[in-house]
Unconditional design. Sequence first.
Length: 250
Amino acid sequence: MQLLALDTSTETLSIAVQRLVDGQVRVWQHSEPGGAQTSTRLIPAIQTLLAQAGLTVGQLDAIAFGCGPGSFTGLRTACSVAQGLAFGAAAHAPDGRSMPVLPVDTLLAVAEEARFQHAPQTAPLQVLSLLDARMDEMYVGRYRYADGHWTQLEDFNLMRPEDLAPQPLWLLAGNVWDAYGQRLPASASLGFKTLPTASALLRLAPQLLAQGAAIDPALALPRYIRDKVAKTTQERAVERNLATQGAMLP
């Protein structure tokens, strides 16, 4: 299939395009710092990468995007761009059919990228995916890889770094060590720094498409785990006061 994949769930903007060339699958990839620049950089970067691959949006079979969890603004950006491109392609399609979009869990993408980079390609594997959720918490996902397929072992959850209890022989992957390394238990001190990438979304796409995970773009939504995205001004003021009082104690 000819696919576009994009992920802006972290501070990195990641895009990949896949197409068949002379009987071989080729992948074009691009990544750059995202954050506040994502909303202005994403569509031009997609256009450039599609041009490099010799494709137009209308020639794609589907668009995959990292649906979450992750940065609230980044998730909304990826979802809206995927929807907009799919709707635009449908408007120019002779039959008017909408192009499907494929929401992909970002923690699963972390697990797949860790497997691809650091683990044997065919060996069974269990991965604990950890992404910084800010506000002193982490997004946590548990996955098993066997016989070429991924299985999610339990639903996502939020966890404070101190509460993590990894099981022996699990591969730990994510982006939490710089932020929470001193607060993680000793058994979690070693892990692979891994981000969800668009190329990981492409590798996951065949299994997810076979499972019927592609949806109409009108149904695409970011996946959030918590409703509260930031502390209030009052909460931040209380924290500063407590920190000041603590610093003044003998």
